[in-house]
Design a protein around this ligand. Structure first.
Ligand code: HEC
Ligand code: HEC
Ligand code: HEC
Ligand code: HEC
Ligand code: HEC
Ligand code: HEC
Ligand code: HEC
Ligand code: HEC
Ligand code: HEC
Ligand code: HEC
Length: 327
């Protein structure tokens, strides 16, 4: 199992400076609002207010300049989902109707939905987003997502208050590695999928929003996943090696290994797991331990078994060589 850290601080840390700013602004605002209210008789506010207790973006902007700015550079200020009633409600489409909050001059953040609140319920937070996104193809299986079940919510990975691609809090793989520390260390091994080189992403292989695959992979089986990029390993081969058709992870690991080519253990040990007794041309029915190839050291030398059995994933060679995956 992965060593996973569920840290609410991930959500909080992003906003500490904003919050500090807001405290200052709050003090300023609290002293101005009564004056404004006296002058305007609270009219402006009522004009902007919608029938369902909403007040509109402009009102929020008055006190939350920073969050207004970051909202304006995000996708959410620019696009709307046709037919969604929440689409036109700006800040309030996620934070809920703000009239009560504004009436109390925002005092202590009352009457408003706060995402970064330590105790905010993950489900309630995600529900805010799903009001608009539940129909999206990408999110069809969110209900069975391991992330959802484990209490991870949309805002652990996304922030609406930024102009980043996909509104992500950090680009991959940092985003994922923040919680998946053991996977991060696997990627640092000598042989690894080029994730940290930026040539591929965790989400090339994983359904992080939920899916039916084992371990939420983007395929019906491990092999189908691997074939997506390593099609030549699918064959068909005249002579196939049964463990290859069965599961690539019998010999390989997915993220990183200190053995060559993402192998789960070193050759010849890897082969020995299954081929303890081996008949070879020079020495019929030789026990592996006493096996000697053309030179005595062959069984451990260089690529060991692979010196001769080079087509380990399957072969279309003539039966004399193909059958035993000899090149
Ligand atoms: C009259 C000024 C004022 C207006 C208008 C206003 N707020 Fe606030 N808001 C505040 C103050 C003051 C706080 C408390 C800040 C704190 O406790 O750090 C606050 C807190 C919040 C918080 C919680 C922040 C936190 O870190 O706890 C959110 C979210 C928020 N407001 C959203 C909105 C939205 C959305 C609107 C528009 C519907 C809005 N506010 C309108 C003054 C205002
Ligand atoms: C599409 C949803 C969405 C919209 C629209 C939106 N916000 Fe937010 N807001 C969030 C999320 C999610 C967070 C938590 C961000 C994080 O963890 O990085 C947040 C954080 C905040 C905070 C800090 C307190 C908290 O809840 O964590 C304030 C204040 C805030 N938003 C104000 C606003 C204002 C003002 C607007 C409009 C100008 C606005 N938001 C529009 C989703 C939204
Ligand atoms: C009021 C409806 C609404 C709500 C609520 C809402 N979104 Fe969105 N979201 C949209 C629309 C509209 C788009 C743009 C869709 C498109 O480009 O086809 C979008 C796009 C996105 C994108 C893709 C951004 C990109 O750069 O392409 C992400 C990620 C996202 N939303 C996350 C969230 C999260 C997280 C929440 C909750 C905090 C949330 N949304 C709440 C309407 C909403
Ligand atoms: C574990 C982190 C994580 C969680 C939790 C998460 N997302 Fe995402 N989401 C991502 C990443 C990463 C991408 C970008 C995938 C890519 O680059 O192809 C993304 C993409 C999206 C997109 C854009 C999809 C598209 O193809 O245009 C939307 C919309 C979205 N997420 C909404 C949500 C909503 C709503 C929730 C909560 C119900 C949520 N996400 C939960 C990480 C997450
Ligand atoms: C906020 C923390 C957090 C972030 C960020 C996060 N995860 Fe997770 N992830 C978890 C937790 C908690 C679990 C469940 C515990 C476990 O399976 O070990 C989990 C489980 C998983 C699983 C195993 C699913 C299963 O069915 O066993 C995969 C795969 C995964 N995450 C991929 C990702 C990817 C890809 C990203 C980045 C897009 C990501 N995670 C970002 C917390 C996180
Ligand atoms: C080349 C495809 C591929 C890539 C890229 C990939 N994974 Fe995986 N991952 C897998 C496969 C396959 C499994 C299933 C392993 C198993 O069943 O033993 C898995 C398992 C997992 C698991 C659960 C099992 C475990 O070992 O704890 C987590 C969590 C996970 N991956 C996270 C990540 C993260 C985070 C990234 C990006 C840094 C990532 N993966 C990139 C293919 C991939
Ligand atoms: C999204 C595409 C993708 C998927 C899916 C994928 N791979 Fe890869 N794989 C790559 C890329 C890219 C490389 C690096 C190729 C290079 O550097 O020439 C690679 C390299 C490898 C290597 C050689 C590593 C080395 O150190 O030279 C092995 C072994 C491997 N993959 C096995 C697998 C297995 C097993 C699976 C299924 C669990 C899988 N791959 C799924 C893209 C993928
Ligand atoms: C019986 C063990 C075994 C199984 C099962 C296996 N492999 Fe391999 N694989 C190896 C060995 C050994 C090497 C190293 C070959 C070398 O160094 O010439 C290798 C190398 C690779 C390489 C990198 C070199 C190359 O030939 O491209 C890729 C990619 C790869 N395997 C993909 C896969 C995929 C995909 C599967 C599942 C369809 C799979 N392997 C199943 C043993 C296996
Ligand atoms: C998970 C078990 C497993 C592993 C690991 C494994 N094999 Fe196999 N191998 C098999 C099975 C099962 C057969 C089919 C045996 C049969 O038909 O009698 C086979 C067949 C072979 C054959 C053809 C035998 C024949 O009678 O035609 C050769 C050669 C071979 N393996 C070499 C290797 C080498 C070299 C390695 C290490 C890189 C290796 N195998 C790793 C299970 C394994
Ligand atoms: C010097 C080349 C060479 C090396 C090194 C070598 N083999 Fe072979 N091996 C062969 C040849 C050639 C055959 C075909 C024998 C035949 O057709 O009777 C064979 C046959 C086999 C067979 C099928 C035997 C049978 O009963 O039909 C297995 C299994 C096998 N080797 C496994 C291994 C393993 C495991 C290693 C590493 C420990 C290894 N070989 C190292 C050349 C080699």
């Amino acid at each position: 199992m992965a060593e996973v850290e569920k840290s609410p601080a991930f959500g909080l840390s992003t906003f500490t400076s904003d919050e500090r700013d807001m405290m200052k602004k709050a003090i300023l605002v609290l002293s101005i609002v009564p004056v404004l209210a006296f002058l305007g008789g609270g009219l402006c506010l009522q004009e902007a207010a919608g029938s369902n207790g909403t007040v509109g973006v402009e009102v929020c902007k008055g006190c939350h300049e920073d969050h207004f700015k970051t909202y304006m550079i995000s996708t959410h200020s620019k696009k709307s989902i046709p037919g969604s009633p929440a689409s036109q409600e700006g800040c309030e489409s996620c934070h809920g109707p703000g009239a009560a909050h504004v009436e109390k001059s925002g005092e202590g953040g009352v009457g408003i939905f706060i995402f970064s609140k330590k105790l905010a319920d993950a489900k309630a937070k995600s529900a805010k987003c799903l009001e608009c996104h539940s129909e999206q193809k990408d999110l069809t299986f969110w209900d069975i997502a391991r992330h959802k079940i484990e209490g991870v919510s949309c805002d652990n990975c996304h922030t609406v208050h930024s102009g980043t691609r996909m509104n992500l809090k950090a680009p991959q793989p940092d985003l994922c590695n923040f919680c998946h520390k053991s996977i991060r260390s696997q990627q640092n091994r000598t042989s690894h999928h080029p994730i940290r080189e930026g040539k591929m992403k965790c989400t090339d292989c994983h359904e992080h929003h939920g899916g039916f695959g084992a371990t939420k992979i983007k395929a019906s089986s491990v092999n189908e996943l691997c074939y997506q990029c390593h099609a030549e390993k699918r064959g068909p081969f005249m002579w196939s090696h049964p463990p290859v058709d069965e599961n690539c992870l019998t010999c390989h690991v997915s993220h990183g290994s200190n053995h060559n080519k993402l192998l789960s253990s070193r050759v010849p040990q890897l082969c020995r797991n299954c081929h303890d007794y081996v008949r070879h041309p020079s020495t019929p029915t030789t026990r592996f331990e006493t096996f000697q190839g053309p030179t005595p050291s062959n069984k451990m030398f260089a690529r060991s078994c692979l010196n001769c059995h080079g087509n380990i994933h399957g072969s279309n060679g003539p039966s004399t060589r193909g059958k035993t995956f000899v090149r």
